[in-house]
Ligand binder design. Structure first.
Ligand SMILES: Cc1cc2nc3c(=O)[nH]c(=O)nc-3n(C[C@H](O)[C@H](O)[C@H](O)COP(=O)(O)OP(=O)(O)OC[C@H]3O[C@@H](n4cnc5c(N)ncnc54)[C@H](O)[C@@H]3O)c2cc1C
Length: 315
């Protein structure tokens, strides 16, 4: 499926735009699952001011979706209508500040934050070694692992709203809960300020090594996957419920429930977005039948199906 090219019309409205606009860019090249149709128009802003300028001048009725490194996304086969924003180099800086603080642009991979913190002798951010996304995604998902979450180390985030206004949001204003951030829809994070504590570089690096080794043996990190598919329901582990429902190894088309960690879905090579979503829904139905518990998707599903339509109840 291809969308109408919005770029010419927009470029006329935005004479001072510095970032890049590309029509019908395939998102399967960006997402970890390696599935997904095109973005109608992909915008890569040059910097925060460019992003604000773009949003200020973009007609209100054009839908905007922001994506990070695509490690928590299932993009449907028909792609995403409207504008898809992906932050790049202009949001890639890390600076160390006094008092064991670290500031990182939203496009910085989490792993780089953990390394920079270790090098600066800042403890408390090593858990980011295990999360393959970027800081924008970590802010939006309240990314966490190994007993720590973003909400515990964040001081404040910078963001641009849909109207192009810049905000500084304290951690309290992020309204965080488990894998959820409660800021208004359309908020695009551009930067985060983290608080760590004084630590010893070699110790922090050893902790990060342990995290990497654990991931290697416990999760299919070398496969095309989106990480944990479902949130852990209060008091339960999603993977245990999935296992008990007999779903380990279950397949739909080219998509399979990982044998190694059954809360992970895998694209075995030829899966479509529809295969993965159908597999996820089959797992949810079987878990509900066996345990009565309704699993909630942690992975964000975006866009339209191959026929150009949204699933029932979405628009
Ligand atoms: C192998 C594997 C292991 C994983 N392990 C973990 C884990 O241990 N813990 C964990 O929490 N997650 C884990 N994940 C999931 C994923 O890495 C995290 O959710 C991550 O924070 C997503 O970041 P991203 O940059 O890839 O965001 P994307 O997947 O691109 O986007 C995720 C969501 O964040 C939003 N978003 C992205 N950037 C911005 C921005 N700048 N402003 C506003 N919203 C934005 C998107 O709109 C989307 O809703 C894992 C994934 C994989 C593939």
């Amino acid at each position: 499926m291809t969308f109408a090219d919005l770029s010419t019309e927009l470029i006329e409205k935005l004479p001072d735009l510095k970032g890049r606009l590309t029509a019908n860019t395939l998102l399967s090249d960006i997402t970890w699952f390696r599935v997904g149709g095109p973005a109608q128009l992909l915008f890569r802003p040059a910097d925060e001011a460019d992003l604000a300028y773009f949003l200020k001048n973009l007609p209100e009725d054009v839908p905007v979706t922001v994506i990070g490194l695509g490690s928590n996304l299932l993009v449907r086969d028909g792609g995403i209508a409207g504008i898809v924003i992906r932050l790049g180099r202009g949001f890639g800086e890390i600076t160390i500040e006094e008092g064991n603080r670290l500031r990182a642009g939203a496009a910085v991979p989490d792993v780089k934050v953990s390394r920079a913190a270790a090098d600066a002798g800042i403890a408390g951010l090593a858990f980011y070694r295990g999360i393959p996304g970027g800081i924008g995604g970590a802010l939006a998902m309240n990314g966490g692992a190994h007993g720590r979450e973003t909400c515990e180390v964040l001081v404040e985030a910078r963001a641009v709203d849909r109207a192009g206004n810049i905000h500084i949001l304290s951690v309290d204003e992020m309204n965080y809960s488990y894998r959820h951030c409660g800021v208004p829809a359309g908020t695009i994070f551009t930067q985060a300020l983290f608080q760590g504590e004084a630590g010893e570089r070699t110790r922090i690096l050893a902790q990060m090594e342990e995290i990497a080794e654990y991931r290697e043996q416990a999760q299919p990190i070398k496969s095309c996957t989106g990480g944990s598919t479902f949130k852990n329901p209060p008091g339960y582990s999603a993977w245990k419920l999935i296992d008990a429902a007999g779903c380990r190894g279950l397949a739909v088309g080219g998509a399979r429930v990982s044998e190694k960690h059954c809360n992970f879905l895998i694209n075995e090579g030829q899966a479509t977005g529809a295969d993965l979503e159908k597999l996820g829904e089959t797992v949810r139905a079987r878990v509900k039948d066996t345990s009565g518990i309704v699993l909630e998707w942690e992975i964000r599903r975006l866009g339209v199906a191959a026929n150009g339509k949204y699933p029932k109840g979405e628009s």
